[in-house]
Design a protein around this ligand. Structure first.
Ligand code: ADE
Ligand code: ZN
Length: 334
């Protein structure tokens, strides 16, 4: 069994399915935008910002993450943010990405839905032309806000549905179960959108059942708490329901205190369709290949396991079958 090397991972074509674009805002761009838009931030230097990125749970991260997003004002800001992430995709050989965005974080500050979607989408189009990276956009509802606010957000997105592949559910998980959003997910489904939800990151395995059985999602974001319920793991295997797992996020937010205890590879070996993703790379210490490398260092990830994770990422994606098969063949050819 050959342990995967960085050189091997750099050649491995991959899809990223769990990436919050606001979570890719690097401190350097945060500072540049705060100056450009004259928005005060409570930090004096890039070093001070990085020093503040010490989290003890999801909420302690979200408080800083929402503050960071306040420097995003103009269409060009969303373009610059997205382009910087896509450049990292190109470097890490991420050939397809399905990007989350949190419109309510922006519309609540008076930024128009149009500004957000057009800025992000223009960068997606340019990256496809320049590097051949394919992509899709997933609109996330903030679960700490009401379902009425989510319904209003879906309404505001209706003129831009050509840019949106699906909807998701993120933000503070505990106390905000998936069932709180039953109606808005039903409406999104009726619009032909794909459905995903964060579940079982900090919340219990029950939230994963709710996301599957009440929201009817086809993919679970995180989902690592499934390990508390053998019947649920058996179902995930049987139905091949993908989990978009985020290793560095899970250690940064203390879901696991040590990467050596992370269950991703034991789930992979059991036959769960797990994938590797960065979640919020600017905050958690790395993009796609740094997440893969953390599995090499702590869990001795092999080349065969890395290839399986990459194949899973394409199988779990929302791309059409022909392109999916083309990407999978390029992994198998390695
Ligand atoms: N928003 C951005 N990152 C998130 C995460 N890991 N969990 C929930 N909401 C998020
Ligand atoms: Zn996430």
């Amino acid at each position: 069994m050959t342990t995967a090397s960085l050189e091997f991972l750099n050649k491995l074509p991959k899809a990223e399915l769990h990436l919050h674009i606001e979570g890719s805002l690097e401190p350097e761009l945060l500072f540049e935008l705060s100056k450009r838009n004259q928005i005060d931030i409570p930090f004096k230097s890039v070093e001070e910002v990085r020093a503040a990125y010490k989290f003890h749970n999801l909420q302690s991260f979200l408080d800083i993450y929402y503050q960071g997003a306040s420097v995003l004002i103009h269409e060009q800001d969303f373009y610059d943010l997205t382009m910087a992430y896509l450049k990292r995709c190109q470097e890490d050989h991420v050939v397809h990405t399905e990007i989350f965005f949190d419109p309510q974080t922006h519309t609540e500050r008076g930024i128009a839905m149009k500004t957000v979607i057009e800025g992000i989408s223009r960068a997606l189009k340019d990256a496809e032309q320049e590097w051949g990276i394919t992509s899709q956009l997933i609109l996330c509802f903030l679960r700490h806000l009401s379902e009425e606010a989510a319904i209003e957000t879906l309404e505001q997105a209706k003129p831009y549905l050509e840019y949106i592949k699906g909807v998701g559910l993120d933000s503070s998980e505990l106390g905000h179960p998936p069932s709180k959003f039953t109606n808005v997910f039903k409406s999104a489904k009726a619009l032909g959108l794909e459905l995903v939800a964060h579940a079982g990151e900090e919340g219990p395995a029950d939230y994963i059942y709710e996301a599957l059985d009440i929201l009817n999602v086809s993919r679970i974001d995180h989902g690592v708490r499934c390990i508390d319920d053998d019947n649920l793991v058996a179902r995930l295997i049987e139905e091949q329901i993908p989990l978009t797992v985020c290793p560095l996020s899970n250690t940064a937010l203390c879901v696991y205190d040590d990467m050596a205890k992370h269950p991703i590879l034991s789930l992979l070996e059991k036959g769960v369709c797990v994938t590797v993703n960065a979640d919020d790379p600017a905050y958690f210490g790395g993009y796609m290949n740094e997440n893969f490398m953390s599995l090499v260092t702590s869990l001795n990830l092999t080349e065969a396991q890395a290839k399986k994770l990459a194949i899973n990422s394409f199988n779990a994606s929302f791309i059409d079958d022909a392109l999916k098969q083309k990407y999978i063949a390029s992994v198998e050819a390695l």
